[in-house]
Design a protein around this ligand. Structure first.
Ligand code: SF4
Length: 406
């Protein structure tokens, strides 16, 4: 088996904090959107100065930043795009992610030197489409999620273009956002990145003349979330995807927390590195770590062809098992105490989980907590508050704290 080519691990960066988490935990590249022209409108997204700062942090660490310009653009968007594309060019972004052919044409004209990735929203499912986009000047394709590994491998053999595939995160019941359900039901368009996920709602049947009487819709006695997909998790198939020649592995989730991004990047980083070094794989631990931050059961989607058992028809999502509650900023060598910047309330008696790059998860109860002046406190309540925490572990700055909730 040839696993020698190192694929790029690409992580979502909805905010600067998520960008830093992704980089600290080993992402080779991040993708992010500006305030305009990008899907995932609710994920925070970057102003141009924030983007500049993100680029500085990433480039200093030797990582890449790809910017999404992947809306299905209307005429008024096209009118305003050249100025924005030129600004991205001036900032020195490493790549653009585009789905609309009009935007692609504009990007080729306005900033021909920036490499172009074709977004999964373009729904590339065959080698002829891949060849089409190669001829249009794209250097990479994010393939549609609806492909088997065999199909991916054939596209790779057939067309000299880089391939990126989704390996982890939410699935869309349609071909990646090509769906009007959210627009029709809530006025929020999936094609503009504002999907309200009505495919995950609970549905019932109502007969017109009997309003208020809900008849259950269910495939069997278990429930009625008929369109609710499980989340993609390809950890067990990373060796096969590397063998298939995939150039980049993409993690979904620009709206997820920094803790989620770090936890998922950590696992896939370890997996890729161990495969490349021909070391033993630790699948059991990796799956457990991914399940810690998951809210839905996992599926391998279309990896083997038609997905089986890919929907969770019992419920829309499970409660989180761990809540992101702080970041270690420093450690006092004398006392061993950790200086923690708080994100969500935690206090004496809570159980904490520590997320560090390349380390198994470590846990311990909170037994000593102090304010910035070292006065004992019961609870750290205020976001961004600095508190001191007793710990048996010599944790380093950047370690993320999760409060165990389940
Ligand atoms: S409603 Fe569901 S199927 Fe439709 S775009 Fe949103 S996530 Fe996809």
């Amino acid at each position: 088996m040839n696993h020698n080519r190192k694929p790029e691990l690409m992580a979502p960066a909805g905010t600067l904090e998520k960008l830093k988490a992704a980089i600290d935990f080993g992402a080779d590249a991040v993708y992010l959107g500006g305030h305009e022209f990008s899907l995932r409108a609710g994920s925070g997204n970057f102003s141009l100065p924030e983007m500049e700062e993100g680029l500085r942090i990433a480039h200093q660490a030797g990582r890449q930043v790809y910017v999404t310009v992947n809306i299905l653009a209307h005429n008024h968007d096209i009118d305003r795009l050249p100025g924005y594309l030129k600004e991205l060019n001036n900032l020195g972004v490493d790549g653009l992610i585009i789905s609309d052919p009009g935007v692609l044409l504009l990007a080729r004209e306005c900033c021909p030197e920036i490499p172009i990735t074709i977004s999964t929203q373009a729904n590339v499912t065959n080698y002829q489409s891949a060849e089409f986009y190669r001829r249009q000047g794209a250097s990479r394709l994010v393939l549609a999620r609806e492909l088997s590994i065999e199909e991916i491998a054939r596209i790779k053999r057939s067309v000299p273009i880089e391939l990126e595939v989704f390996i982890h995160g939410a699935m869309c019941l349609s071909y990646s956002g090509r769906c009007w359900l959210s627009q029709a039901m809530t006025g929020r368009s999936a094609n503009l990145g504002e999907c309200a996920h009505p495919c995950r709602y609970r549905y019932a049947l109502v007969e017109e003349k009997r309003p208020g009487q809900y008849f259950p819709v269910a495939e069997d006695e278990r429930g009625s979330y008929v369109m609710n997909s499980k989340d993609l998790c390809m950890i067990t198939l990373i060796p096969r995807l590397m063998e298939a020649g995939v150039d980049a592995f993409k993690i979904e989730g620009r709206m997820k927390s920094p803790y989620y991004v770090a936890a998922v990047v950590k696992v896939y980083r370890e997996a890729i590195d161990r495969i490349l070094a021909c070391q033993q794989l630790d699948m059991e631990r990796w799956i457990k770590e991914l399940e810690r931050v998951a809210t839905r059961p996992f599926t391998t989607g279309f990896a083997h062809g038609r997905p089986e058992d890919a929907q969770d028809i019992e419920k829309t999502a499970s409660p989180r098992k761990v809540l992101f509650c702080g970041v270690v900023r420093d450690r006092d060598e004398m006392s061993g105490r950790l200086l923690v910047e708080q994100r969500a309330p935690f206090g004496i008696g809570d159980n904490l989980e520590y997320l560090e790059p390349y380390q198994p998860l470590r846990t311990e109860p909170v037994i000593g907590l102090y304010d910035a002046e070292l006065n004992p406190i019961e609870v750290a309540r205020h976001p961004q508050e600095l508190v001191w925490l007793d710990s048996q572990y010599p944790l380093t700055a950047g370690t993320l704290l999760g409060k165990i909730t389940g």
